[in-house]
Design a protein around this ligand. Structure first.
Ligand code: ADP
Ligand code: MG
Length: 988
């Protein structure tokens, strides 16, 4: 538009000048002929279409010639021809000559220059040729022997630019060549270019060079007068506004000569021309105004853009000085969104996870939205990060249908620049999104570009900071861990210090590094006496030699646990359990952690428990044997008694029977001992004073120990009342005396002491049974051979004896043990080989008011009876004995071999049985079960049980209840008859 307007304007101007020219009258008088070389140097001089030579020089020269009366004759050719013609005198004058020293050899120059001109490079309108560098590689048209062409070549050479030159005869041809595309550009002078550029549709490239003057010239020394006249005119006219020179110049400055000739010299056409001119001029002015307004708007807009850019620069500097990190990024984003008038701005950084990015300082004009992580694939960002600036002015959501964020936000326009880190790696992007299409793309590009470098710089700093923070956090973690472990260490220290075990730590040189308080107290040492010293120094060479191989095994990495005995002057021999554990200290050195505990008490307890468990087991065994043995003895004693009663026996036979009965009774004593040991002996406890008892038994003891052994008795001052079976206690003392005698074959002393003793919880526990309280004690000591430990451990076992076969039964101590235990007491033995032996017996104090019921044997002759008695006994011999005995005393006897048989027999003799005499323990149905059946048939039936077991025992086993009659085996015939009579009489 602009160019079209300008062209119109030029055309009209030329038209105007042409019309003016028509008013100038031509010259007439000619006295001298001046031949002038003419060539195409438009608009100075050129050949018009009608063949006439015209132009600015022509007009000017014509005026001078008119005034001087010359006749002007033009010889037309090209520039080079003109030069040679002036050389050989064919012409008098040459126009448009630039001064060169070479030309000055054959030319005389006028003193006043015709014009000042310069060279200009013209190019087609669309050519992108803005600076001399763009000429590189191009083809440039120049006029042959033209001064402009020479200057241009010079300049190109100076810049070291390579281009090809093509020579043409004149500027016209040059322009034609440019238009035709034969060359890329053409060098013409400014006057020609300015006049002809639009006609050819060419523009100045803006490349101009060497302005120079052009002159009129004559052949050397030929036309000095002519030259002087011309100089005189030119000198006068050039400085004068409105002179023929200037008029001609104005006329020919910008215009096409062709139009001059088509305009006729009539008035009407002049008027039409004028009207036309005014109309076109009016349009032109309107267009020009529009143009000016548009230009002004553009300038205003450009100024506004420039202001925004300046503001952005200022903001980034200002905000960056006040904020850092996400806050700064948010500030920048907000500024970008505001200044570019868009809805969202954000910075995105590639995350640690490949293909993912995280936004920073996300800004939304609505105030909603926050930073998110998102997958790059399928988003426009993917085309930006590590790549290049992307602008999607509109329709971006449709372009990226996979991008959910764009869709959700209904984004229309998107623009983003990549962010590069210091290594040139793409690390993210700075972007904007808009709900409306983006309009001002250049501004967006510029502003994003300006902000991007600051954002990239900040992102890098943030990354560094977060790495630093991570390191700090790790360090803080480490510190708190350390503090925690220090606290833990303190706790450990306390635990170790409070431990009841002895704890110490040794190094590779067996040197103590630490020892806890328990260790120091146990060994009665101070910390200074231990830490830093070696094991042999602290606990002695002997001990060290004993444990060294354990220590070495531990240093080799093994955990070692062993038991040893250590003798202490005050505490005796202690059983010590030791654990060595290899541990590493912080420096990786091996240490031995020693945990030592005194197990003596524990060992003792264990031993006690084992012992009592063993006794229990043996008791069961012994009890079982005694039960069967009792039956045998019952038979022997029973028939012995029958024989004794037989009057037909001679005196000698009578004595022999007496021997049999006595032996059987000793055997009976033994079984009773066994039963006592297994606590199955019937006990007749009553309150008695131990002092009195020992006093009474002394004379028997003296008989046992013999003359070589002295007996000493030291009774306690207070009476020692206990609830006890006196006979059994006598048995205990006699058994102990017997053993003492055996231990002192060469004589010695037997000492008996009595005293009160308080037994505490711990002692009772260490015995494995019994309760704490006041106990009466009997200490029986001898000065005999004593015992080693192995013997000591086993003396209470039945049948354990160290004596020769036939000499010892191994039952003495078992009976003692059984009796003591049945009295809920304790017995301890203290003995060392060669040091004699002491037995200490504890019997619980009798509760006040406790009075035992003594069942004194009934020695009167039993009465005769007539009743019928059902005898149920599984042992045939005992059954036979009882049958004989009862029949002898007048009773009717019905026999049964077991429980079931008993019930049957009772039914058979229904109503005739007065009493059932029944063994409690029988195969099949036991006594109680059988009798219960009988009771169901006959509630009035009566029973007398017999058993080797105590009533207590059977009650606890649920065999019998309280109110039953029971007779103990081995059955004494007289006792049986008395009991049978008593039960029958009571019931009757
Ligand atoms: P016996 O006397 O028949 O051997 P005991 O049960 O009475 O059986 O004794 C068991 C063992 O205990 C004896 O063989 C003996 O070795 C040992 N003993 C018991 N009392 C003493 C004592 N006062 N001095 C030394 N040893 C004893
Ligand atoms: Mg004995």
């Amino acid at each position: 538009m602009k160019r079209v307007t300008a062209r119109l304007f030029i055309m009209l101007t030329v038209l105007w000048l042409g019309l003016l020219a028509l008013h100038t009258p031509p010259a007439c008088a000619v006295q001298q002929t001046v031949r002038i070389a003419a060539f195409n140097f438009y608009p100075g001089i050129f050949k018009a279409k009608d063949g006439s030579v015209q132009g600015f020089y022509v007009d000017t020269l014509a005026e001078i010639a008119r005034r001087e009366g010359w006749r002007v004759e033009y010889v037309y050719g090209d520039w080079a021809e003109g030069i040679s013609r002036i050389k050989n005198g064919e012409v008098d004058l040459l126009t448009s000559v630039a001064w060169t020293s070479e030309r000055a050899q054959f030319l005389d120059y006028g003193k006043v220059p015709l014009l000042t001109v310069w060279g200009e490079l013209y190019v087609p309108r669309k050519a992108n040729l803005n600076s001399i560098k763009d000429v590189e590689g191009k083809t440039v048209a120049v006029m042959k022997r033209d001064f402009n062409g020479a200057s241009f070549r010079n300049m190109v050479e100076k810049f070291g630019i390579n281009c090809r030159f093509v020579e043409y005869g004149n500027f016209e041809e040059i322009f034609q060549a440019v238009v035709a595309g034969r060359v890329d550009a053409g060098v013409v002078n400014n006057t020609f270019g300015a006049a002809k550029q639009y006609q050819y549709g060419l523009v100045s490239s803006g490349i101009i060079f060497n302005p120079f003057d052009i002159f009129l010239a004559t052949g050397k020394g030929r036309n000095a007068g002519l030259l002087a006249t011309l100089d005189r005119y030119l000198e006068g006219w050039r400085g004068t506004e409105g002179s023929p020179y200037h008029k001609a110049l104005d006329r020919w400055s910008h215009g096409g000569a062709a139009s001059i000739h088509v305009v006729p010299g009539w008035l009407a056409p002049i008027l039409i021309g004028l009207v036309l001119f005014l109309a076109v001029a009016g349009i032109f002015i309107i267009l020009l105004r529009l143009q000016v307004r548009k230009k002004t708007d553009e300038i205003v807009r450009q100024a506004a853009d420039r202001k925004l850019i300046e503001e952005t620069l200022y903001f980034i500097n200002d905000c960056g000085a006040r904020h850092r990190g996400d806050k700064l990024l948010y500030g920048i984003n907000r500024h970008l969104a505001t200044c570019l008038d868009v809805d969202y701005a954000f910075v995105a950084r590639l995350g640690d996870e490949p293909g993912w990015a995280r936004t920073h300082g996300f800004y939304a004009r609505s105030g909603e939205g926050s930073d998110i992580s998102y997958r790059l694939a399928g988003t426009p960002c993917d085309n930006v990060v590590g790549k290049s600036l992307c602008v999607y002015p509109e329709g971006v959501t449709a372009l990226f249908p996979q991008d959910k964020i764009l869709r959700d936000l209904a984004v229309e326009g998107y623009a983003a620049v990549p962010l590069w880190d210091a290594q040139g790696e793409g690390m993210g992007l700075l972007g904007i999104m808009s709900l409306a299409p983006l309009r001002n793309r250049p501004l967006i590009e510029t502003v994003l570009g300006i902000a991007s470098s600051r954002v990239a710089q900040e992102l890098e700093a943030m990354h560094q900071l977060s790495r630093l923070a991570e390191q700090n956090a790790q360090q803080a973690n480490y510190i708190s861990e350390k503090r925690r472990s220090e606290e833990q260490l303190l706790e450990y220290q306390k635990v170790v210090e409070c431990s009841r075990d002895l704890v110490c730590v040794l190094d590779r040189d067996y040197r103590y590094r630490m020892a806890n308080g328990t260790y120091l107290r146990y060994r009665d040492l101070t910390l200074e006496q231990v830490v830093g010293r070696t094991v042999p120094e602290v606990v002695g060479e002997a001990y060290f030699a004993k444990v060294k191989h354990h220590l070495d095994a531990c240093l080799a990495g093994q955990s070692v646990r062993f038991e040893t005995e250590e003798a202490y002057p005050d505490r005796g021999v202690r059983v010590i359990s030791v654990t060595f554990t290899p541990v590493e200290d912080r420096g990786g050195n091996t240490r031995i952690a020693c945990v030592i505990s005194d197990e003596t008490e524990k060992k003792h307890l264990e031993e006690q428990l084992r012992q009592s468990q063993k006794m229990e087991a043996i008791g069961h065994l012994a009890g079982g044997i005694a039960h069967d043995f009792n039956n045998i003895l019952t038979v022997i004693v029973g028939y012995g008694n029958f024989l004794e009663l037989d009057g037909s026996l001679g005196r000698l036979q009578h004595d022999q029977v007496g021997q049999i009965i006595a032996a059987a009774e000793r055997g009976s004593q033994l079984t009773r001992g066994l039963l006592t040991f297994s606590r199955k002996q019937v006990m007749n406890p009553r309150v008695l004073d131990l002092n009195v008892l020992v006093g009474q038994v002394q004379k028997f003891l003296l008989r046992i120990i013999g003359e070589d052994v002295e007996l000493q008795f030291t009774p306690a001052r207070d009476p020692l009342n206990v609830l006890a079976d006196g006979t059994q206690l006598e048995q205990v003392l006699m058994n102990l005396a017997t053993n003492a005698r055996d231990a002192m074959p060469d004589g010695g002393t037997l000492t008996i002491e009595t005293c009160w003793q308080q037994v505490d919880e711990a002692y009772a526990r260490s015995q494995g049974y019994g309760a704490p309280g006041r106990y009466a004690c009997i200490l029986v000591s001898d000065s005999g051979s004593g015992m080693d430990r192995a013997t000591r451990d086993r003396i209470f076992e039945p049948f354990f004896s160290t004596k020769a076969v036939g000499k010892g039964t191994g039952l003495g101590m078992s009976i003692v043990y059984g009796i003591v235990k049945q009295h809920k007491g304790f017995i301890n033995v203290y003995s060392e080989p060669g040091e004699g032996t002491t037995f200490k017996i504890y019997l619980p104090e009798a509760a006040t008011g406790a009075e035992g019921h003594a069942s004194e044997p009934d020695l009167a002759v039993p009465e005769m009876g007539t009743e019928t008695i059902l005898v149920a006994e599984d042992d045939a011999s005992v059954r036979g004995l009882v049958e004989t005995l009862l029949k002898k005393y007048g009773y009717q006897v019905v026999l049964a071999v077991d429980g079931g048989d008993c019930v049957r027999k009772f039914l058979e003799h229904r109503g005739k049985i007065d009493l059932v005499l029944m063994d409690v323990i029988m195969p099949g149905k036991n006594g109680r079960e059988a009798f219960e059946e009988i009771r169901r048939v006959d509630p009035g039936a009566r029973v007398l049980y017999s058993s080797g077991y105590t009533a207590d025992f059977m009650k606890t086993r649920g065999v019998l209840d309280d109110s039953v009659d029971l007779i103990m085996k081995p059955v004494q015939p007289m006792a049986l008859l008395h009991k049978v009579r008593a039960v029958l009489d009571r019931a009757g």
